[in-house]
Design a protein around this ligand. Structure first.
Ligand SMILES: [Zn+2]
Length: 144
């Protein structure tokens, strides 16, 4: 089981990696105006209850991304992947949570949706916690 400490360590590393990525990108392009959207909006870690593995992911466009079947079915029960619905401000499939869970399930195809574990989600730009959105709460209703 991925302990909360291990998940927390994983997400903290991911925050740092995202900050480094933005820093390097800005150094490489000093004339380009800095934007909040240089950073991924959110980052989260996800683990598998049956072992100690954890994976982190940033929020990102789901366009062109092939989600694992188990996640895809859940997302598509909300709305088409890549679209918004009235109940949530986030694009279906764009959050860090499904991207991180997708890594877990692709690595461990036997992992069921109720065997996922999430860290708290954070905004890498500020390192502040972000709440799970309605799309994510409904997609991962067993664990969020
Ligand atoms: Zn979300």
């Amino acid at each position: 089981m991925a302990t909360p400490e291990r998940l927390n360590e994983c997400v903290k590393d991911a925050i740092e990696n995202e900050r480094q990525r933005v820093k390097k990108m800005r150094q490489a392009h000093p004339d380009v105006k800095h934007r909040i959207t240089d950073y991924a909006a959110a980052v989260v870690a996800c683990g598998y209850k049956k072992n100690n593995s954890t994976f982190s992911a940033c929020s990102a466009s789901p366009v062109g991304h092939q989600y694992a079947e188990k996640i895809r079915v859940r997302l598509e029960s909300l709305a088409s992947i890549g679209e918004k619905r009235d109940e949530c401000n986030n694009i279906v499939g764009a959050c860090a949570e499904p991207h991180a869970a997708d890594k877990v399930i692709k690595k461990f195809p036997g992992c069921d949706m109720d065997e996922l574990q999430f860290s708290d989600a954070y905004r890498p730009r500020t390192a502040r916690r972000v709440k799970n959105c309605r799309n994510c709460k409904e997609t991962f209703f067993e664990v969020l």
